[in-house]
Design a protein around this ligand. Structure first.
Ligand code: ATR
Length: 281
């Protein structure tokens, strides 16, 4: 039996037990995925106990950095993004990964493979937090170099570019508007627009380049205001639920060594999220 789960606080709204339940069923492996809501005062003792019982687990807020003190080694993905969302026991050592960036890239590649055959494309990343770092790193790893940044805090964007030795252009959320038509791929990585604040969007989009792909990593709601506006302006969309699925798939692969196909699950996840989408309420 393969015991896995999610550590965080709170965790009750997580879709991960549902997703990993599907993966276990599909893989034919016997396993389970449980939620562990751990209060900060119990963090150290609880992780020690879980490390006895589980072969690996996911980590979410507020422990994505704190978990680093409880493991032995960081994979490059975790080191570069500065956060761990998946840990696994290999022999006697606990190793930390970050599956968000690779999950994002795999989900994008599945839907828009052409992005990765033209490495000269111009990318704009909105945001400079943990998620942005993970995606930035994974894009660089996949040969995409022209990635500019816009963020509310310019210092944070500058730090990100410096940490990756990138010559990204950096814009404020206002100044970037005049630049938008030059981008082929726009990636919204902030939490702006997430339920319950689904009426918000990071900014109003000016006219877009023809054929542009606009991506939002927010998946609740499935159709964010930002994506709906992008669609009205003719963009091809890449929605957040696919990153959720592929980052989970990569974690499953790390734990079990199994690579699965996820088309059927993707449709079901979309239907599940659509039920909560304010557009459809
Ligand atoms: P995550 O790990 O989800 O990326 P994070 O590291 O806290 O979370 O980063 C959140 C990102 O969303 C940052 O880019 C943040 O901008 P700042 O660096 O200026 O804080 C952005 N963000 C969050 N709330 C925002 C808001 N109301 N307006 C604009 N940007 C916001």
């Amino acid at each position: 039996m393969i015991f896995t789960g999610l550590v965080g606080h709170p965790v009750k709204h997580s879709l991960s037990p549902w997703i990993h339940g599907h993966f276990f069923k599909k893989s034919g492996l016997k396993g389970n995925y449980q939620l562990f809501d751990i209060s900060p005062k119990d963090f150290h003792a609880s992780i020690d106990i879980l490390k006895e019982d589980l072969i690996g687990f996911n980590v979410t807020l507020p422990y994505k950095q704190k978990i680093i003190s409880k493991i032995d080694e960081l994979d490059q993905s975790a080191e570069k993004s500065g956060a761990v969302n998946t840990v696994v026991k290999r022999g006697n050592r606990w190793i930390g990964y970050n599956t968000d960036g690779i999950g994002y890239v795999r989900s994008l590649e599945k839907e828009y493979p052409e992005v990765f055959s033209n490495q000269d494309i111009n990318v704009l990343m909105i945001g400079a937090g943990g998620a942005a770092r993970g995606i930035f790193y994974a894009l660089l790893q996949n040969g995409i170099q022209n990635i500019d940044l816009t963020n509310r805090s310019l210092e944070r964007a500058e730090q990100l570019a410096q940490d990756f030795s990138s010559n990204s252009k950096i814009y404020s959320l206002q100044d970037v508007l005049g630049q938008i038509p030059q981008y082929d791929l726009i990636i919204q990585t902030t939490s702006v627009g997430m339920d319950p604040n689904h009426e918000e969007k990071i900014f109003s989009l000016p006219p877009l380049r023809e054929g542009v792909i606009v991506s939002d990593i927010v998946y609740r709601p499935l159709n964010t205001k930002f994506l709906l506006e992008a669609k009205r302006k003719g963009a091809n969309l890449h929605k957040g639920h696919t990153m959720l699925l592929y980052q989970a798939l990569y974690a499953f692969e790390i734990w079990t060594g199994k690579k699965l196909m996820v088309e059927g699950i993707e449709k079901e996840l979309k239907t599940k999220l659509k039920g909560n989408d304010y557009v459809n309420r």
